[in-house]
Ligand binder design. Sequence first.
Ligand SMILES: Nc1ncnc2c1ncn2[C@@H]1O[C@H](COP(=O)(O)OP(=O)(O)OP(=O)(O)O)[C@@H](O)[C@H]1O
Length: 223
Amino acid sequence: MIQIKNVSQSFQKKKVLDDVHLSVDKYERCALVGRNGAGKSTLIHTLLGLLPLKQGTITLDGQSNKKQTWKKNVSYLPEKFHLYQNLTGIENMQFFASLQSKKMNDEKIEEKLRMVSLWEDRSKQISNYSKGMLQRLGLAVVLYFDSEIIILDEPTSGLDPIGRNEILSIIKSLTNKTILMASHHFEEIRKVCTHVAYLEDGKITKYTTDEFLEKYASMENFV
Ligand SMILES: Nc1ncnc2c1ncn2[C@@H]1O[C@H](COP(=O)(O)OP(=O)(O)OP(=O)(O)O)[C@@H](O)[C@H]1O
């Protein structure tokens, strides 16, 4: 589903990604793990075409990320994203749905809001939402697009344990999606990820979650 081959990326003279290889197969939920500054966001931005790809190849669902057509197969939730504070939850969903198509799908909006447990709160202005609710609304917007590949950048960042568990349960339920998710938390990797891509010194090593936790069990978190 996601194939990254020989990808390097530098800023000025600093090499952040050094001949990186990673493949994430269909329906895997792969954590992208590494210390602060290891290059997780750089890899995600390169994958999404937000940074120019100077060396290597990236294919998403068989299509080069240089082509425009791959975009419909991929949804991305950045660590920090913008929603409209003066609108309600459902109005935000309707706004983003209208960007995809003029004819929005009201049933799908309801389905996704129910999926993230925000249907009852859909008519509240989101300036009154908690951080966890905002994060779930962001996830609902991403899910509305129905892409096969979902890329999440630290989706539980700044949430309390309850908020984190709510997000993790939703991600875990996405068994028909291929997910790459930057994470700093062993607990969330254990709970939801099938595999781990460990980024260190510009290189990636891929493990199954069990292999990874066994190897790095003595470390608490990558913070
Ligand atoms: N636009 C840029 N210009 C110059 N240097 C950059 C740029 N973006 C990232 N870097 C550098 O590249 C390195 C990797 O940064 P990146 O944000 O990808 O790491 P990260 O693993 O996502 O970190 P974190 O866990 O803190 O989010 C860092 O040393 C960072 O300072």
